[in-house]
Design a protein around this ligand. Structure first.
Ligand SMILES: Cc1cc2nc3c(=O)[nH]c(=O)nc-3n(C[C@H](O)[C@H](O)[C@H](O)COP(=O)(O)O)c2cc1C
Length: 345
C-alpha cells in the first residue's frame, strides 16, 4: 500500500511526461522521432514488414518496451555495456496515452489481462516482430511496471513468444515509480514458464534512470559473468564447515548456473557417491558418461544439480563443472542430506 501511495503521489509528474511519451529507437537516444522518421530509419516499421532485432551478431537478445522513455534509456545503457542485439516492442495502435484520465487505458489493459490471462484476446495487439530465437541463448527483458504488473504490450510479446524461450537464460529489468516488482516477476515466469531466470531481477525506479549505466553494468556483470571475458568462472562450494573451489564450464549451462548464484541447496544423499537437489532449471545438453569422478558437478534431467564425491557412471548428464581438489570433499558432505552453498569467487 505504501508503494501504491507513493506512486499515486508521483502521478502528476507522470501525466506531464506522458504527454510527450516517446518510443525512440535506441540509436536516437532520448530525442523524439516521428513515426515517419522511424520508418525511414529502420526501413520497415511503416511498410507492414515485421520488425527484426537490430543485430550485432550477439547471442543475447535485449527486448524492450517503453511508454515514457525510461526503459529505452535503460536498454540504451545496457547495449552500451554489453554485446546484445536489440528489439523494441511497439503497440499496434500508435499514439495512445496510457496515462491520461488517471491511467484509464493502461489500467483497463492490465485489468483485461488479469481477468483472463490465458486468452490471446486479453492482450493488446503489438506490431509484428520477426525473431529467430534459435540464434539466442539469453534474453534480457526491459519493461515498465503498470499497476504492479508487467506493462501490457510486453505481456503481449511474451504471451506470443514466451514458449520459444524455453531453456534460455532470462534476465528481467523493471522500471517503476515506486512499486515493488514482484508482480512483474510473476508475470514473466507465467509467460516464460520454461525460462531459466537469473537469480536477481534489476529494479530501477524512474528517479534513478539517470544512473542506468552504472546500475545495469553492475547487474549485468553479476548475473552474466560468463558473457564477460574477464569474469571468473570459479565458485566456492561450502559444506560441513569446509570450502572447495570448482571450475565452471564455459558453456550455456555453466553460464546459466553462474547467473543463479549464490545458491544454498539442501542436497540429498544417494548411492554413497553423490548428493543431488531438484528444482534448479538450467539449459540442458545431455550426453552419456561412462564414468563420473569425485568432484564432477552435473545436471540431471535439466533441473537436478548433482555433486559427486565418489565415482559412478552409466547415466546421461550435462556437465556444469568440476571441483578442483576433492581432498576432504566426501567428509564435508557427510552421510546424509547436507546444505551446500555455491557462490561466485
Ligand atoms: C499505465 C501506467 C501504470 C503505472 N502504474 C504504476 C504503478 O502501479 N506503480 C508505480 O510505481 N509506477 C507505475 N507507473 C509508472 C511507470 O512504471 C514508471 O514511470 C516507469 O519508469 C515508466 O517506464 P517507461 O518510461 O519505460 O514507460 C505506471 C505507468 C503507467 C503508464
Amino acid at each position: 500500500m505504501k508503494a501504491l501511495r507513493l506512486f499515486l503521489a508521483g502521478c502528476a509528474a507522470l501525466v506531464s511526461l506522458g504527454a510527450s511519451c516517446s518510443t525512440d529507437p535506441l540509436q536516437t537516444g532520448t530525442e523524439k522521432s516521428t513515426p515517419e522518421q522511424k520508418g525511414d530509419e529502420q526501413g520497415q516499421a511503416e511498410s507492414g514488414v515485421p520488425e527484426k532485432p537490430e543485430s550485432n551478431g550477439s547471442k543475447t537478445l535485449l527486448v524492450w518496451y517503453s511508454f515514457t522513455g525510461n526503459s529505452t534509456a535503460i536498454a540504451k545503457a545496457l547495449r552500451a555495456h554489453a554485446s546484445v542485439d536489440v528489439l523494441e516492442i511497439k503497440p499496434a495502435e500508435e499514439g495512445l496515452d496510457y496515462a491520461a484520465n488517471n491511467y484509464a487505458i493502461g489500467s483497463s489493459l492490465i485489468s483485461t489481462i488479469r481477468k483472463n490471462p490465458s486468452s490471446a484476446a486479453s492482450y493488446p495487439a503489438i506490431k509484428e516482430v520477426e525473431v529467430s530465437f534459435d540464434d539466442y541463448d539469453t534474453v534480457i527483458i526491459v519493461t515498465p511496471l503498470w499497476w504492479s504488473q508487467m506493462a501490457a504490450p510486453m505481456q503481449s510479446f511474451l504471451f506470443k513468444y514466451g514458449g520459444k524461450m524455453a531453456g534460455k537464460t532470462i534476465g528481467l529489468v523493471v522500471t517503476s515509480s515506486s512499486s515493488g516488482i514482484s508482480g512483474v516477476e510473476q508475470d514473466a515466469k507465467r509467460l516464460v514458464p520454461q525460462g531459466s531466470f537469473v537469480s536477481e531481477s534489476l529494479w530501477i525506479r524512474s528517479a534513478k534512470v539517470g544512473s542506468a549505466a552504472e546500475l545495469t553494468a553492475a547487474w549485468y556483470d553479476k548475473m552474466f559473468p560468463g558473457n564477460n571475458e574477464n569474469a571468473s568462472m570459479k565458485v566456492t562450494i561450502t559444506a560441513g564447515g569446509k570450502s572447495f573451489t570448482a571450475e565452471i564450464e564455459d558453456s550455456e549451462t555453466g553460464k546459466a548456473f553462474m547467473g543463479k548464484l549464490p545458491l544454498t541447496l539442501e542436497m540429498t544423499e544417494l548411492n554413497g557417491n553423490e548428493k543431488y537437489c531438484y528444482g534448479v532449471s538450467l539449459p540442458r545438453n545431455d550426453k552419456h558418461y561412462d564414468r563420473i569422478e569425485a568432484g564432477d558437478m552435473m545436471l540431471y534431467s535439466g533441473d537436478c544439480i548433482v555433486l559427486f564425491y565418489g565415482s559412478a557412471g552409466g547415466y546421461n548428464y550435462t556437465r556444469i563443472g568440476k571441483v578442483a581438489d576433492v581432498a576432504g570433499l566426501a567428509d564435508a558432505l557427510g552421510n546424509g542430506s547436507v546444505n551446500v552453498k555455491f557462490e561466485k569467487q
